[in-house]
Design a protein around this ligand. Sequence first.
Ligand code: NAP
Length: 308
Amino acid sequence: MSVIRVGIVGVGKIARDQHIPAIAADPGLELVAIASRSRPEVGVPAFETLDEMLADGPPVDAIALCTPPQARRATALAALAAGKHVFLEKPPGSTVGEVGDLVALAAERGVTLFASWHSRFAAGVPTAKAFLADRTIHAIDIQWREDVRRWHPGQTWIWEAGGLGVFDPGINALSILTEIMPNEVFVTDARLDVPENVQSPIAAHMAMTDIAGTAITADFDFLQTGPQTWDITAVTDRGTLRLSSGGAQIEVDGQPVVQASDAEYPGLYKRFGDLIRAGQSEADIRPLALVADAFLVGRRERVEAFVE
Ligand code: NAP
């Protein structure tokens, strides 16, 4: 297949930081247009909406949706209906159900739907999965703590209904968890700390388990200043594994095993190209389902208003 021509919808932080450089670095892909209400200058024709891009822009084969989750379904439907392959940023939607609808439409149109989970492409994830595959896991603990003011400046959508709040980064940890665990994981309890002036949690605690009764806990926090923490620790019958820096580094019993720089988005776009060339789709909704279940069973605590 010749070079896949890509259009990006929603040019904000992640499109600029990761998607545009990753597409430029991939010889199998070419960015040919963008659609974003502010029509930023990124070196290709810019349109306000996907409809305008499809009507008046250069031919495109694939659309990468980098809008917030609340805005994703309508554009995904339009892109699939137009016969375009679609790359969904995480989370793949604002509800679990709407993703199934997109999977069905992609199959009907014979195009690729890729619901991406960038953290699964962190360097340490395959090693962690192999490590856990043949061990008895006693406990897993997730500590995912970051400074919302540093990583999400001005992103009001994150605080609105459907914006996920602290689960916006937290779902990255859950995407790794569901990838590396040998058994399916489910939620047993949750606490959501919701500032009194917004709709979404600023901190959360989750308790989970699996069929083996593994104790799995997760703490998500949006107010961590200083060093940032994106760690998963697994205590097993044969050693303790620590996945840190969002999955880029692994230690076993304190000894470094994997240390790599961030290569998540080049890996994501390679997978997208491979799926398109193979005529396949990939849409795993399990991380989103865990978040939805935390919202279902979680006790809400009203906490101090958040002011950016
Ligand atoms: P962002 O900086 O707010 O960018 C999103 C862009 O989408 C906005 O700049 C906006 O551009 C456009 N948009 C379209 N409809 C919108 C709406 N209803 N509300 C707000 N913006 C709208 O957000 P982001 O950080 O790039 O995140 C976008 C998605 O990528 C999220 O799902 C997030 O979870 C995911 N993601 C983010 C990161 C990260 O580190 N930031 C990392 C991985 C994944 P126009 O105003 O020009 O239309």
